[in-house]
Design a protein around this ligand. Structure first.
Ligand SMILES: Cc1cc2nc3c(=O)[nH]c(=O)nc-3n(C[C@H](O)[C@H](O)[C@H](O)COP(=O)(O)OP(=O)(O)OC[C@H]3O[C@@H](n4cnc5c(N)ncnc54)[C@H](O)[C@@H]3O)c2cc1C
Length: 419
């Protein structure tokens, strides 16, 4: 007997009185409250979907939205392990709408960033989501197209569009197994139509025809448990932010970025105005001892063993030893970071800043110790592999590029699965 999933049947929105989080008048959950599991109005079974998207971050939600807008007749579900959507990378970033000037001309990253930034601006205008186009000075280059936004708000808006179009969002659903349905007298018919079974840590399951995974920091593990390639491995890099004291915020008028070090996908410590008026400085890039470990001493033996044994981390460390030590040093000693920041604003002193929050980047690393810069799609072979598309690497600026990436994922799904 399959345990029932937690969901609320009926149209999403303020009418769902039983939901403890409550809704804002826009129909979104109140800030900080969980998104309910709900049906967008189509009479579909809650346990069987044509397509399941694993991961309720900005990439998964944008992709689910793109798929349902393109294929309104399909039943599509999003599975998210947390009780709230978009709380990992999507909820822990600088909030910058990148213009794309950093990235190698003609690279996928550059193209998707330029397209994505235009789409994000247009989307925010359409939906009334606040953003600021505050510009950037990149040494002597002024780049007025750069902006800022709250990406979690954007992601929740994607979720709302998706649900309004008939999609389901199932939170508190941590995927643990992906396997072929075993035919049994009780469900042989469904087993034929929905040959993939996805089970969570509580033993609950959903069935589907096709799967798209957008699991961020867990993209390698999700791939492995579906029988697909464990490589590239994800190495978590924490980025700590400092916060400028309110009385000093007048010093920063827009985003200020150093010229990036082209050997790394990280942009260097920068000054970022936030939508709430505060100014964040950072992030640095230090190895995190735990995926989703937002504090310096968060530690997971499994995560550490995996990066040491399975990834090319040791080679990366040997090749970039001094960069790594320098980042660790700056993470420990504020004065070292401040010295760096003074190159841009000489008036800043240690007493002007406070330690702030952190984010953890999901960075794919190959066995030779190369940080993978571009987005990576992957599938597999066999009955399950042929029905899965894995998004293996969606590093910065994937939030900026999310709408462009989602279009590419929808094309890929359509082509691979002949939808
Ligand atoms: C410090 C930092 C600063 C950044 N700054 C910027 C910026 O200024 N501009 C920009 O464009 N980009 C920026 N980025 C990058 C951007 O935030 C990410 O590229 C983007 O958010 C990736 O989205 P995602 O959906 O792939 O991942 P996530 O937001 O991490 O979502 C993945 C989701 O999958 C879920 N999941 C994982 N495993 C399972 C499972 N087993 N079952 C169910 N669900 C699962 C997770 O809970 C999570 O919600 C930054 C990132 C960081 C960390």
């Amino acid at each position: 007997m399959v345990p029932a999933l937690r969901y609320i049947r009926g149209a999403c929105g303020p009418a769902l009185g039983g939901f403890p989080g409550g809704f804002s008048s826009a129909g979104r959950p109140a800030p900080g409250r969980s998104w309910p599991l709900c049906q967008g109005g189509r009479p579909a079974s809650t346990r069987s979907f044509d397509v399941v998207v694993i991961g309720g971050g900005i990439v998964g939600l944008a992709s689910a939205r793109a798929l349902i807008l393109r294929h309104p007749a399909l039943s599509i579900g999003v599975l998210e392990k947390e009780k709230d959507l978009a709380i990992h990378q999507t909820g822990h970033n600088s909030g910058v709408i990148h213009s794309g000037i950093y990235y190698k001309p003609e690279s996928l990253k550059a193209k998707l960033c330029v397209q994505g930034a235009a789409l994000i601006y247009e989307y925010c205008k359409q939906k009334g989501i606040s953003y600021k186009q505050c510009g950037k000075g990149l040494m002597a280059i002024d780049c007025p197209y750069t902006g800022i936004v709250d990406y979690r708000q954007v992601a929740l808006s994607f979720a709302e569009d998706f649900q309004e179009a008939g999609g389901f969002v199932l939170t508190n659903f941590e995927v643990k197994d992906i396997e072929l349905a075993k035919e049994s007298p009780s469900r042989s018919k469904d087993g034929m139509k929905y040959p993939i079974v996805i089970r969570n840590t509580k033993g609950e399951e959903v069935q589907c025809q096709y799967v798209v995974t957008c699991a961020g920091l867990y993209s390698d593990r999700i791939s492995e448990l579906s029988g697909c390639d464990p490589d590239p491995q994800i190495v978590p890099f924490r980025g700590d932010y400092l916060i400028l004291k309110p009385e000093k915020c007048y010093l920063v008028k827009g985003n200020i970025y150093p010229v990036p070090d082209s050997r790394f996908p990280f942009l260097g410590v920068h000054f970022t105005p936030r939508m709430d008026g505060s100014i964040w400085l950072g992030p640095n890039a230090v190895l995190a001892f735990k995926r989703e470990g937002y504090r310096p001493f968060d530690f997971s033996a499994r995560d550490i063993m995996d990066v040491i044994i399975k990834s090319g981390l040791i080679k990366l460390v040997f090749q970039n030893f001094s960069y790594g030590v320098n980042e660790m040093y700056k993470a420990c000693f504020l004065s070292a970071t401040v010295k760096h920041l003074q190159k841009f604003i000489p008036e800043i002193t240690v007493s002007d800043i406070l330690r702030g929050p952190a984010g953890v980047r999901a960075q794919a690393l190959d066995r030779d110790g190369n940080l993978i810069e571009d987005f990576v799609f992957d599938g597999g072979v066999g009955d399950i592999g042929n029905r899965i598309l894995h998004v293996r690497n969606a590093p910065s600026p994937a939030a900026t590029s999310s709408l462009a990436i989602s279009g590419m994922i929808a094309d890929e799904v359509q082509q691979r699965f002949k939808l």
